[in-house]
Design a protein around this ligand. Sequence first.
Ligand SMILES: *Cc1c(COP(=O)(O)O)cnc(C)c1O
Length: 410
Amino acid sequence: MSSSPLFAPELAELAQAHLLRQRREVSPLLPPADLLPDQEHVRGTTYLINGQSRLSFGSNDYLGLSQHPALILAAQQAAARYGVGATASPSVCGHSPSHEALELELAAMVGLPRAVSFVSGYMANVGVIPALVGRGDAVFSDALNHACLIDGARLSRADVQVVPHGDLAALDAALQASTARRKLVLTDAVFSMDGNIADIPALLALCERHDAWLMVDDAHGFGVLGEHGEGTLAHWGIAGRGGIQPGWQGRLHRLIYMATLGKAAGVAGAFVAGEPTLVDWLVQRARTYMFATAAPAMLTEAVRAGLRVIQEEGGRREHLAQLRHRLRTGLKLQPAWRLLPSETAIQPLIIGSNADALAVMDHLDRQGLWVPAIRPPTVPSGTARLRISLSAAHTLEHVDALCKALSEAV
Ligand SMILES: *Cc1c(COP(=O)(O)O)cnc(C)c1O
């Protein structure tokens, strides 16, 4: 028996391969509640990272809501009214009037009949998929899907087939060949490390043809896409604040829509929307819903305030589009680098090797900029990248500073 401390050789191996993940201590540079008018540019953009001030392009706070005064106030008032803990799972006594109102508002916003809220997106996916399918059923999962869709599929014990990314012909063939009783197709709506948008109408049409269900994870589209931030379904003209759009009525009963509330919505949590019977079934069978303490009402109230900002302050999405244009036109790229095409807030810059991606990240860090390098296994080997994440809280000058520092990186 080896006498080395637990996992010491494994950790050394990760360090050797430049794959060791290091956490940093991060906090807002200045308390959001204390900002003076001429300090507003730091709100949601400038952080103390391990004690050093850094302009951040690392968060998923795409609309800059995590430090929005209306959300902070809603959380404070809810803590005063409900206390800080939900005290039990939803079916025991954790489901408050705030949870009920939130679910109604979420369903109305995405234009689907009903919604049920979860404590986090990870919990939603690993709970929902096993509630939908089991042994003898078949799951078809895009190769770039998020880890929690993969884990949910594994937990379900269904037969899992990984389909090449975005390959509709391969998916068509796999569905055609399947003799499973139930078929479930899983896809990110906006791929989290690439920023591209899945072709939901084409996927729905394939699912209709092969009598399959479609589960869409809109963690990165909700709040960002659609005229009112309703997400990827609205982007494709399928459903939104106006309900299910003409041409799609009567065709969405096979859709399971999921989105998270800790990214553009600025708080924490997730929800699943679809047919009333789908929601009723999840309340009966999704184990991460049934056996987990509900989210505190201070979070659900902050989310409700966030939903109002998302829908009413369309200028945030317009500003985000301006920032994206500024970045894409202002970057002077090294020949070996590649900025992936993306209409979302996620703007990935492919560098290649793990060591090079880390070196560019370190260069930016020395210029006062925080942009995370994403390495395998999160992305395919040889495609280590900087995941530049834009937020409506950024100014055009912030983006210019990033472009300048990247053009000087060697
Ligand atoms: C972040 C993310 C999740 C997990 O959501 P949490 O609320 O952070 O647990 C799920 N799916 C995708 C695509 C994500 O990017």
